[in-house]
Design a protein around this ligand. Structure first.
Ligand SMILES: Nc1nc2c(ncn2[C@@H]2O[C@H](COP(=O)(O)OP(=O)(O)OP(=O)(O)O)[C@@H](O)[C@H]2O)c(=O)[nH]1
Ligand SMILES: *[C@@H]1O[C@H](CO)[C@@H](O)[C@H](O)[C@H]1NC(C)=O
Ligand SMILES: *[C@@H]1O[C@H](CO)[C@@H](O)[C@H](O)[C@H]1NC(C)=O
Ligand SMILES: *[C@@H]1O[C@H](CO)[C@@H](O)[C@H](O)[C@H]1NC(C)=O
Ligand SMILES: [Mg+2]
Length: 375
């Protein structure tokens, strides 16, 4: 009995083993049929409703993305590219144009080329587009760099930063490779876009006759531009016809005194810019730039391209030609702009903290911007 019983149970165990193996195999084979609908339900329950992004049409605007940078900015350039490609350009395929006063290395070209399916080009700037003008006195320049370093002026001791600001103020838009475009989007290393962009901002600019678009408005450090306002005032006194009729003086002057008042230091943060290059190429802007350049404040002070672009846009364009890209989530260290409306967040379009958006910061110039647009 014992022996028989043991034999019997071994045999039955074999059956159990064979049958359960068959079941396991069947379960694997049949699993998709049995479980698919249930799993779909699980996932649709947990996924937020996601807005379908518009597929870009075949039409592309006459526009390019532009990055001025150095070879050793590579890592931060790649993260900027990844962000803009993911949020916008992988669907629109605007070309990338890289500018540098020295040739880009093969390593730089290879790595950036891998980040995009779009056309990508690399430009080495001509010496006259970048180098120190011969009119600048080296002794006076050295003196300025030393004094500004002592006074802890931001980038006050840097010559290369000054060359960059002068280039961005008066030269980028006439780099030969850029002449073939109407619009540009300035991209810097180490920036990030917080939101999907489901329309083409270049098309928006063209259809609404916009010349200059920004995301963040902020105050300049006064010790970088001691006489910029004085020279600007002087320029418009000599060329009153260049002051736009519907200008944005209320954005840059707080007491309704116009050019006779004081500059409140408000400017568009030019590390982000979507603009019509023909504005910068215009006789009016060129005349303003050449006048400022002749005053040598790019070197004997430390004029930034942001206040120069902004004063020109505020004074030589009509308000309707400026655009605040309020719906664009954007980060350039240390500040972010995060769209404040509910829908940008409930739709899953944006991932950023509204409370920390720069518009809520006391140093922002959004109050001045809104005042300007309401007048
Ligand atoms: N090729 C080149 N690009 C430069 C040079 N200096 C600055 N840039 C670029 O010019 C732009 C502005 O320079 P940044 O150093 O970002 O200046 P910023 O935005 O005022 O200040 P931070 O971002 O806070 O450093 C960036 O796109 C830089 O990559 C330079 O000497 N050569
Ligand atoms: C860049 O890519 C080219 C072509 O694929 C290759 O021959 C070259 O070795 C690469 N150079 C570097 C520095 O990565
Ligand atoms: C693009 O813009 C440039 C600069 O204004 C112009 O010369 C060129 O003809 C334009 N190209 C097209 C296709 O419209
Ligand atoms: C501003 O608008 C006026 C009409 O109100 C127009 O005559 C002028 O040309 C415009 N200025 C610019 C820069 O477009
Ligand atoms: Mg920067």
């Amino acid at each position: 009995m014992k022996l028989l019983g043991a034999t019997f149970s071994i045999r039955s165990l074999q059956y159990v083993f064979v049958i359960s193996s068959l079941c396991a195999i069947l379960a694997v084979i049949l699993r998709p049929l049995v479980y698919t609908s249930k799993e779909d339900n699980i996932y649709t329950t947990y996924l937020p409703p996601k807005k379908e992004l518009t597929k870009a049409g075949t039409h592309r605007e006459n526009a390019t993305l532009v990055v001025l940078c150095r070879n050793d900015d590579l890592e931060d350039v790649l993260s900027s590219m990844q962000s803009l490609e993911d949020r916008f350009n992988k669907r629109y395929h605007y070309p990338w144009l890289f500018l540098n006063e020295v040739p880009f290395t093969n390593a730089f070209k290879n790595a950036t080329g891998r980040m995009t399916d779009s056309k990508i080009e690399f430009v080495t700037l001509a010496p006259e587009e970048w180098e120190l003008p011969t009119s600048i006195d080296l002794t006076q320049l050295a003196h300025t760099l030393r004094v500004m370093t002592e006074n802890q002026v931001i980038y006050g001791g840097s010559l290369s930063y000054r060359l960059m600001c002068r280039f961005n103020s008066g030269f980028f838009f006439r780099v030969p490779k850029l002449l073939q475009y109407d619009y540009y989007w300035r991209v810097e290393p180490g920036i990030k876009f917080h939101c999907d962009l489901d329309y083409d901002p270049f098309t928006f600019m063209r259809e609404h006759d916009k010349m200059y678009g920004f995301v963040i408005a902020i105050r300049e450090f006064p010790n970088t531009i001691p006489t910029l306002w004085h020279h600007t005032h002087e320029f418009f006194r000599k060329n009153p016809e260049l002051l736009a009729r519907d200008n944005s003086l209320p954005f840059i002057e707080d007491y309704g005194m116009g050019l006779d008042g004081m500059y409140n230091l408000c400017h568009f943060w030019s590390n982000f810019e979507i603009a019509n290059l023909n504005f910068f190429r215009s006789d009016a802007y060129m005349k303003y730039f050449n006048y400022l350049d002749s005053q040598k404040g790019f070197f004997y002070e430390r004029w930034g391209d942001a206040p120069v672009h902004s004063l020109a846009a505020a004074l030589m364009l009509n308000k309707s030609q400026l655009h605040y890209f309020e719906d664009m989530g954007y980060f350039h260290p240390p500040w972010s702009h995060c769209p404040l409306d509910e829908e940008s967040h409930t739709s899953g379009r944006c991932l950023c903290n509204r409370d920390r958006s720069f518009a809520n910061n006391p140093y922002s110039c959004f109050e001045q911007w809104h005042r300007n647009m309401q007048i």
